[in-house]
Design a protein around this ligand. Structure first.
Ligand code: FAD
Length: 428
């Protein structure tokens, strides 16, 4: 017979054992959780290390292939893509290999245009991904602004009217900081407005050519079918690649000619309102290039939709307000005493011109300040890459609105993206 004391002892022992088992179980599962967490962290670290190594490899490959100064390329093919848009295929004249580049980068051209006192320098984005034997750029003819007597765009019209197959052009190596991070496979939204298509076309072509399964949304905004470049190419990508969604948007489709669902997917404008409707979430990296109004509204719209600034990447062709404003804000944050607080006291001395001018941060860059005051500084890309505006600094120092593609020599600055840190004397 089991007496009461034995019964109580058994109960205590039993519950102790149960408690121990529970504790062991809990420990076991929390250990398993900790192990799982550690292995996930390890995997994440491995992936990050892999990305870093790959990024270094790609960077090295691009740097090794780059050439200094200008190299001669032959125009091997000229092809009309849409109204006033023409592609130029470029093959190295020396027969040596074509170095790779990052999708989104551009080439800088030096053109000898008749009746111009000096060579004209212009940048054009590479509109295809890296190919072993040629580069391709796509150029839009730029008309004069409405109701003015200004001459039409110098370089773009020269390309359209005077550059033919077989001609030789001087080209600098691919450059620029606006490119797709190809070491990652996170989802992306690529957006091109008008001729701003070119760098993002290079990006989507890269995704296609590498067989990447990266989720990709590609928005291309034009007025109507007349401006719609690369139509068949983009349709083919849409049909053949499940991970890539091509969304062509017409703002003013032509009656009776442009058919929704056949020629374009959406009527309206490319912007955050459309993304909210179409995209499953806001959780993407966004890359965009287009006319200034589109870029401004895209940037603001994405920020309002809580897209972190780090996920927004863009490039403006030429001096666009969005880049200047945002970058000027950045520079102000970086050096509050030198740029904004002390702005009234900063004097820029243009030594050769013999002019002293008060610095105004709203003007943009030192090049803009010089031009506003009829002081001549040669310029090309106006994006800190071609080096044409390199100007010696006699005294003082500068900050940069955006990082130059290549740092100028010590004691010089790239005036198109430079702002003064304090009183400064330039050799201009
Ligand atoms: C990084 C980068 C990438 C680019 N990629 C591409 C690309 O892929 N494709 C592309 O087509 N473009 C691209 N561009 C733009 C390109 O570099 C040129 O800016 C564009 O072709 C216009 O150059 P242009 O010489 O034809 O015109 P410009 O001669 O520079 O003239 C520009 C405008 O100013 C007007 N103008 C002329 N004289 C005056 C005056 N005195 N006062 C006021 N206005 C005047 C002209 O009529 C014209 O409307 C890119 C630019 C950059 C910075």
């Amino acid at each position: 017979m089991i007496d009461a004391i034995q019964l109580i002892s058994i109960a205590i022992l039993g519950s102790g054992l149960v408690y121990c088992f529970l504790l062991l179980g809990q420990n076991f599962s929390s250990n398993r959780l900790a192990v799982a967490r550690e292995s996930a962290e390890l995997q994440h670290l491995n992936a990050l290390t892999g990305e870093l190594i790959e990024r270094q490899r790609v960077k090295k490959e691009i740097e090794e292939g780059a050439w200094n100064g200008f190299r001669k390329f032959r125009v091997s093919k000229k092809q009309i893509e849409a109204k006033d848009q023409c592609s130029f295929y470029l093959t190295p004249h020396d027969g040596r290999p074509v170095p790779p580049f990052a999708p989104g980068q551009f080439l800088t051209f030096r053109l000898d245009i008749p009746d111009q006192k000096k060579p004209v320098i212009r940048c054009y984005s590479l509109s295809d991904c890296s190919r072993p034997d040629h580069y391709r750029v796509t150029i839009k003819r730029v008309p004069p602004p409405r109701d003015t007597d200004y001459p039409p765009g110098l370089s773009s019209n020269f390309f359209h009217d005077s550059i033919e197959e077989g001609q030789i052009l001087d080209v600098r190596a691919p450059g620029g900081h606006f490119f797709l991070d190809t070491t990652r496979s996170t989802p992306v939204v690529l957006i091109g407005g008008g001729i701003g298509l070119t760098p993002v076309l290079s990006m989507v072509n890269h995704i296609v050519e590498t067989g990447s399964k990266r989720e990709t949304w590609f928005f291309y905004g034009v007025q109507n079918g007349e401006d719609h470049a690369m139509k068949e190419h983009l349709q083919k990508i849409d049909e053949e690649h499940e991970n890539i969604n091509i969304c062509v948007v017409y703002s003013r489709p032509r009656d009776g000619e442009d058919v929704e669902g056949r020629d374009y997917k959406y009527k309206g404008r490319v912007g955050a309102d459309l993304f909210r409707e179409v995209l499953p979430s806001n959780n993407y990296d966004y890359y965009f290039c287009g006319p200034p109004p589109m870029m401004n509204s895209l940037f603001e719209g994405l920020r309002e939709w809580d897209v972190p600034e780090d996920n927004i990447h863009y490039e403006a062709f030429g001096p666009a307000t969005v880049s200047k404003k945002k970058d000027a804000d950045k520079a102000t944050e970086k050096a509050p005493t030198s740029v904004s607080d002390a702005a009234e006291k900063i004097v820029v001395n243009f030594a050769k011109a013999g002019k002293e001018v008060a610095w105004d941060p709203d003007v943009g860059s030192l090049l803009d300040l010089a031009e506003d005051n009829d002081i001549s500084i040669d310029s090309g890309c106006r994006a800190g890459n071609c080096g044409t505006c390199e100007t010696a600094i006699k005294s003082g120092d500068v900050d940069y609105l955006s990082d130059p593609g290549e740092m100028p020599d010590a004691g010089s600055c790239l005036a198109c993206v430079a702002v003064p840190k304090g009183p400064i004397t330039l050799d201009a």
